[in-house]
Structures are given as C-alpha cells and as structure tokens.
Design a protein around this ligand. Structure first.
Ligand SMILES: [Zn+2]
Length: 393
C-alpha cells in the first residue's frame, strides 16, 4: 500500500517498482545549445503498478512543466519503414470502418498530422486534427482542403467536434489523468453509437519483459497492457471490440465502440492481470543488473578507445543516455530527420548530427536505438562507405 492513487481506477493498492531520479521532463523538445540542454528542467520518475487494474503510472509525475509546443519533434515520418507502417494502419482502418468522402475522421493528439493526412488522402474522408505541436507548413497534401487542424490541447471546449471515426495515437501515454481523459472522449462522442474509436500506444508488456527501460521516460507517465487499457475503456463507457499488437509488437492497438455504461470483458487477451503482476516482479528483479551490464559495455568501449555513435535521437536515446549516465561515452548521436540537425539532446548535452557526419567521425561502433531500423541503418552506413560494428540495444 502507498499513499498514491491509481489514475485509471482509483485504487490505492499500488506497488512501487522502478525509480530514476532527475531525468529531463521532455525528451523530444528541440534545444538550441549544449548549455540549454544541460540546464533542461528535470523531474523524478517512480513507477507504481496498480494491483486492482494493472495500470502503471509515474507516481512522481508533475504535469506542470509539460509544454508541448511546435518545437516538439516526435515524428518518425522520415523513415521508409515507418511510412509503410502508417499506410498499412490507415488502409486497415479505412477498410474496416468504411471511411470515404462525406465521412469525418477526428484525431486527438495528431502531432505533425502524418496519420490524419494519410488517412484522408487514402479514403477521401475529411479530417480534424488537434495537437499543440502541429506545424501547418509540414502539411503538403492534395487533401488539404478537407483537413482542419487546431493547435491546442484536446479538452472540454472541443466536445462539439463530431466525427465518424475518432483516433488517438501515441497520446494516452502522455496523459496523467487517464480516466478523466477517457471520460471526456466518451462524453464528446455523446449519443452517437456508430462512431468507431481507434487507439495506438506503446505496449508496456514488452517494456517489462525485455526489459526495455529506454522506453520509460518522464513524458510517458502512463503505461498500459492489453488488460489495463481494456479495463479503462470498459469503465468509461466503451465496448472494446479488438486488441492487437503492431510494429514488431512495440505498439498496442485497440478498437472500441461507445456504449451507455461500463462493459464486461469478453476478449481473451484482456485477462492478463496476474501475468502483468509477475512481469512487474521480474522487471524489478533484473533491472538493476541489466542497467549495470549496459553501462559497463559503454565504459569498456571507451577504455578500449573505440568511438561509439548512437543512431536515433528520439526519446529512447535520451532515456538511454540519462538512465545509464553515458553522455560522455557517446561520441555522436545521429538522426535522419533534418529538422533535428544542429540541435542538442535535452538533459544529455549531445549534439544531433546528420548521418553524413559519420564519414568524418568514423565510429567503431554504431548502436541502433530502435532495432526495427537495423536494416535501414545498415544500408545507410554502407552508402556512406562505413563498416562499423552495428548493434542494437
Ligand atoms: Zn488501477
């Protein structure tokens, strides 16, 4: 028992199981100088597992310093692998839910709008996207006249926005008051039972079992498995109709329909509370030695005089560097997103460079922050005429 309350179900039966102090409150905000990066605001993280519903939250999370502005650079849309994935999920949603001209799709937390634009281009539907970090100049599309973007946080003032399809991708994990948020989504759909709801977010089961600690960072205050996500939806007036994983099982996908009140579980995948509890216990047992092992690896490369570059500068890179405290052991951080070049990693101080810069740095080891891009990275390195040892976390 603790004095913390589960934001998904209200229980106080929480087990605290992982702690990282003084980590940057953002890992995707663009920072212009090393000094600014090092002085970046920091917060503490301590994960609590709810024994009643399986939801995992950062009990130390303080929503106040969160500031998602257009300088927030979360997009992965420069990777061909990611674009293919985006097109696949759009086509899947269009086929299942009959999106076509005359229908409207609403995306809550649309980021730079890549999903909504693709969805509307490929279906002929109209779209409304809401996100404080939206950048109008990034939307170049034949569907532009059917698209409306609102640069703001989703909230009660947008409950009048009606749509046939409501999506929310990679947003719920940033929400602290998850139950209040889902109640708002349900309320805004109102008495329109035909509306189709689609959510996509990181899967906590993979984070626990790998253990993928680099996917745990301050901005992600909420972590879900199949069961805890479905329980939240059922509690807030949805019937969960489909659950699956995608993108090499990194993402959790959910489809739901609005109903009048709470619903009972009926999907086999939802029944995971005991399994999640065991996975949390296992994570707690192995994470200390695992962090030590990885830190030792970077220290060994350094003592052998080998130059190490990280490929990928997103939240995973920031979490890896700040959790292991290896900013000095990483000579270069590269990214294929040109909007990031010349900027610095928040909380770490490492500069983000173009892959081209590796021809001068000539790294001995390149660490792929996300193994899903290993093939792409290998091909890019070959094009640059480089043959470093390429490894993933
Ligand atoms: Zn709970």
């Amino acid at each position: 028992m603790s004095d913390h309350v589960c934001k998904a179900c209200g229980s106080t039966d929480l087990d605290l199981f992982y702690k990282v102090d003084r980590i940057p409150v953002h890992s995707c905000l663009m920072v212009d100088s090393r000094a600014e990066a090092l002085a970046f605001p920091k917060g503490d993280l301590e994960l609590g597992f709810c024994n009643a519903c399986g939801f995992i939250q950062n009990v130390k999370f303080d929503p106040k310093p969160q500031n998602y502005s257009p300088a927030y650079e979360e997009t992965q849309a420069f990777s061909p692998r990611f674009i293919r994935f985006l097109e696949e999920i759009c086509d899947d949603q269009i086929r299942k839910f009959g999106l076509k001209p005359g229908k409207t799709a609403l995306e809550i937390g649309c980021g730079k709008g890549e999903f909504l634009v693709t969805l509307c281009e490929r279906s002929g539907a109209s779209g409304i996207g809401i996100d404080p970090g939206y950048r109008p100049e990034r939307t170049v599309s034949e569907a532009a006249d059917r698209l409306q973007f609102i640069q703001d946080f989703y909230g009660p003032k947008y409950r009048h926005l009606q749509a046939d399809h409501v999506s929310c991708r990679h947003t719920l994990e940033h929400i602290h008051e998850v139950r209040t948020f889902m109640e708002l989504v349900r309320e805004s759909i109102g008495d329109r039972p035909h509306v189709d709801v689609f959510f996509e977010l990181p899967d906590a089961e993979r984070v626990l079992t790998e253990p993928a600690f680099w996917d745990i960072y301050y901005e992600h205050c909420s972590y879900f498995t199949y069961g805890s996500l479905a329980r939240l939806f059922r509690r807030t007036g949805f019937d969960v109709t489909n659950l699956w994983k995608a993108y090499d099982d990194q993402y959790l996908m959910l489809e739901a329909k609005p109903v009048d009140g709470p619903t009972e579980p009926h999907l086999a995948l939802e029944d995971d509370l005991a399994k999640t509890r065991a996975q949390v216990a296992q994570f707690k047992a192995v994470i200390g030695p695992e962090l030590q092992r990885l830190r030792d690896q970077f220290l060994r490369w350094q003592s052998e005089g080998r130059t190490v570059a990280l490929w990928g500068s997103g939240s995973k890179a920031v979490s890896l560097i700040t959790t292991l405290k290896i900013a000095e052991q990483v000579a270069a951080v590269v990214d294929i997103n040109p909007h990031k070049h010349g900027k610095f990693l928040a909380g770490c101080g490492n500069e983000i460079l173009s892959p081209q810069a590796l021809t001068e740095i000539r790294p001995d080891v390149v660490v792929a922050v996300n193994p899903i891009y290993l093939n792409e990275i290998g091909q890019d390195l070959a094009k640059l005429g480089l043959e470093p040892e390429l490894t993933a976390l």
